[in-house]
Ligand binder design. Sequence first.
Ligand SMILES: Cc1cc2nc3c(=O)[nH]c(=O)nc-3n(C[C@H](O)[C@H](O)[C@H](O)COP(=O)(O)OP(=O)(O)OC[C@H]3O[C@@H](n4cnc5c(N)ncnc54)[C@H](O)[C@@H]3O)c2cc1C
Length: 410
Amino acid sequence: MKKLLILGAGTGGTMMANKMRKELPREEWDITIVDQDKTHYYQPGFLFIPFGFYKKADVIKPKQNFFPIGINSIFETIDLIDAQANKVQLANGKVLLYDILIIATGTRIRPDETPGLKGEEWYKSIFDFYTIEGAEALARFFKTWEGGDLIVNVADNPIKCPVAPLEFLFYADAFFTERGMRDKVKIKYVTPLTGAFTKPRSAKLLGSLLESKNIEMVTDFFLGEVDNEKKIIRDFGGREEKFDCLVSIPLHNGDPVISKSGLGDEFGFVKTDKHTLQSVLFKNIFVLGDAGNFPSSKAGSVVHFQSEILTENLICYIEERPFTGMFDGHANCYIETGYGKGALIDFNYDTEPLPGYFPFPGIGPFSLLKESRLNHYGKLIFRWIYWHILLKGKEMPIETHMTMAGKKTD
Ligand SMILES: Cc1cc2nc3c(=O)[nH]c(=O)nc-3n(C[C@H](O)[C@H](O)[C@H](O)COP(=O)(O)OP(=O)(O)OC[C@H]3O[C@@H](n4cnc5c(N)ncnc54)[C@H](O)[C@@H]3O)c2cc1C
């Protein structure tokens, strides 16, 4: 039997297990998936937890529920990938051999990498919302907070879902307004970027939304340290911002196993060809999702499009044909803007988000680079689609490659 080994059973690993079990004959290919955690977290739902809109129970399900029949699953920490010998060592000492390896170990926040961030005030007045623990701690804090300076700070890029900090800001504006205390909360967005977003047209739309909601923006701020006593964040140039509540999006790294195994860049993201999704170091290693060093967004929609390309390329590899799948960096992100509205952006490596309609030209029903109620419902329904369609590797009526149909270029 030949062996396909999948590391990580989050969004990408689970999709690939489902897709590849359908593609590969059971009598020829053994498929094994490994993860350290038995619980699958619907991470986009973390956004809603601090505001009491979702609870933990709304974003978790057992990982096992999403594995197809006919694969082996192992719940254990991965300790080392020995790519020269085609084997993976687990923390319990067990060794797994492979013919093909898929790495889908994602990314993790590293608050410990910034001096003072994980200090005395951690989970007292300093929070993250990128983990279930952080999102729940912030929900508890907001229940009794009487207001003050609220800072949302991105330490540095890359981060998961680059629009999530903006969604948090928009939601916070609506949340405190609805509670009748918006005048007591000064909301500030402190970012290392030069504007609200990386791409010019969306930066303009999102920047003017921030302004209209009375959210101040501080740009080019690269977080150097946090002073817990004075409740100040300081950048590397000595600029300071005072907070009463700091919502931090800390530095992100790949899982430590990537660097330990000699497969990563300086942030521990796997060095990967951004089009073929093959490791640049080993031909039988493939990567998808947040674990890779592709210059695309680290987002679930990206993982979905990559899973289509990777399935195609794995078949090419097995049949010893040149790769036919080419990932174009396609990302498709709903952005909650508060008060039951949302915006949507669709872009790739070469084309910035443009206005128009999605997925059907002229019809939509979703509008691009524009607020609408339907876009908000699109975001809410995404959770159902995630659990019932995406994770199970089923087809979606959305093009894998970004298309210009429905987009306005003038
Ligand atoms: C707050 C927030 C909001 C978001 N909003 C959106 C959104 O609106 N739209 C969107 O498209 N995306 C969104 N995302 C991003 C999306 O959730 C991720 O991009 C996606 O889940 C990445 O999938 P992945 O398979 O690469 O990694 P993950 O799903 O994180 O899976 C990685 C898996 O690897 C396992 N693992 C790692 N290292 C080891 C090890 N050493 N041993 C064993 N197991 C290991 C982990 O336990 C985990 O299960 C959001 C993320 C956050 C945090």
